[in-house]
Design a protein around this ligand. Structure first.
Ligand code: HGY
Ligand code: MN
Ligand code: MN
Length: 431
């Protein structure tokens, strides 16, 4: 016998969400199905503008802050009176609309569109959300697009600003370059001062929930619908500069060169070896290597490396940090090069909240979806907020684990599953 309608768990409107997602995917779309929306690029500014218009069209309140975070806001109303509840806490849902250069159309975008769809669903069903801990108090609901999650400029910028973790020091030597940050902020009408003004009052958030693609192969391989995130890795960034001497590439004998490319290359290969052999839970990446002056017929005088490494454990980070910097100095010495090391910032590993994980697991069970606990090898805005409020995250499968590439793809049914789990978790946490 079919279940009576009232016991079926409430679901999002998949067609409406697909429509929003598709419109967004066309903004700064690349020919091969990806998007190119690095923070405050034309494409990213266009996506933020579209999001604002989408929020206003749906009758939700648009909000923004000094960090350029953009939100849809559904204010709590005191049950029965219809009056807004000025002291209500806010349950925050979201992700990010910025992308890596030539990235995929799901990373971040899916989470923001699902969050927006949850607000639309709660609003049209006239559900008044109540605090679990203080049932007499209502809860606001907010869907947020965090500024510069990807670190084109700083990394987890909007969420760090909202959480009050951002300092002038973070803005002074960001991994994307100070000049690029100042220019980007100016394009968005922001400044150091506005960034630092974006901190929310410490106890204003009831929690933060994020839906994201897994960006790995575990869910797909296991045939499981939902990953419930247990912890998020930390990320440390450096700029390493190997300094040699420019010489004529033809008339300088091979044994008489101070070739910066040799130190850079030897370090990159040795770092990979060291991490695979000695730090199995960690990863290391040299995402960019720039030679200067940079011509066919000049021995490279300088090699600048964008170094990033990740660990789930703070103690291991310190050991890995020391080992990598010692390795860099050693390889520089091997080729007679000077070594310059510039620290560009770090995000600590963070544990996800148990109550949030349980709410997600129960939501999956109610929806008949399989789930498994997973750690996240990718960084996410939740790690900025984990010391401010309870944070929870879920993943949906990535086809072939592809991400940060136009190959990124998640089946629409899986996207809808994720949005329904997000909705059900919200109702369970504040329904
Ligand atoms: O780099 C990351 O881990 C994330 O995609 N920002
Ligand atoms: Mn992301
Ligand atoms: Mn990403």
């Amino acid at each position: 016998m079919a279940e009576s309608f009232s016991t079926l768990p409430l679901r999002v409107n998949p067609d409406r969400m697909l429509d929003s997602f598709t419109q967004l995917a066309f903004i700064a779309a690349t020919a091969d199905g990806g998007v190119n929306r690095p923070t405050f690029s034309d494409g990213h500014l266009a996506a933020r503008k579209w999001f604002k218009e989408e929020i206003e069209k749906s009758g939700l309140e648009f909000r923004t802050d000094g960090a350029g975070n953009h939100s849809a806001f559904l204010p709590a109303s005191v049950i029965g009176s219809g009056q807004q509840a000025p002291l209500a806490k806010t349950l925050l849902l979201g992700s990010h609309l910025d992308s890596v250069p030539n990235g995929g159309r799901f990373d971040g975008a899916l989470g923001v569109m699902a969050a927006l769809e949850v607000l639309k669903t709660v609003k049209e069903n006239r559900i008044n959300l109540k605090s679990r801990t203080e049932p007499s108090r209502s809860v606001n609901l907010e869907a947020i697009d965090f500024t510069d999650e990807e670190g084109t400029l700083v990394g987890l910028l909007g969420s760090a600003a909202l959480a009050g973790h951002l300092s002038q020091k973070d803005l002074a030597s960001p991994r994307g370059g100070r000049d690029q940050l100042v220019e980007g902020m100016a394009r968005a009408g922001l400044s150091d001062a506005s960034m630092l003004s974006a901190a929310r009052p410490k106890d204003s958030l009831a929690g933060y929930l994020e839906l994201h693609i897994e960006q790995g192969k575990r869910l797909e391989r296991a045939g499981i619908d939902i990953g419930i995130v247990s912890a998020i890795v930390g990320i440390w960034s450096y700029r390493l500069s190997f300094i040699g001497r420019a010489d004529h590439a033809g008339s300088t004998t091979m044994d008489d060169r101070l070739d910066a490319s040799l130190g850079a290359s030897a370090f990159t290969l040795a770092a990979r070896e060291m991490v695979m052999m000695g730090f199995p839970d960690c990863v290391v990446n040299v995402g960019k290597m720039d030679f200067a002056p940079g011509a066919f017929n000049i021995v490279p005088a300088r090699a600048d490396l964008a170094l990033e490494f990740r660990s789930p454990d703070e103690d291991e980070f310190n050991r890995l940090d020391a080992a990598l910097l010692e390795l860099a100095r050693k390889e520089a010495g091997r080729f007679g090069l000077e070594m310059r090391i510039e620290f560009l910032g770090k995000h600590s590993p963070s544990m996800m909240n148990e109550t949030m994980q349980t709410a997600f697991a129960t939501a999956c069970d109610d929806l008949g979806l399989t789930h498994v606990s997973l750690s996240s090898g990718a960084g996410h805005d939740g790690q900025s907020l984990a010391d401010l409020c309870p944070v929870g995250m879920i993943f949906v499968p990535s086809v072939d684990g592809a991400s940060h590439s136009p190959r990124e793809f998640t089946k629409w049914d899986d996207c809808v599953n994720g949005a329904n789990v997000l909705l059900q978790a919200v109702l369970r946490l504040a329904g």
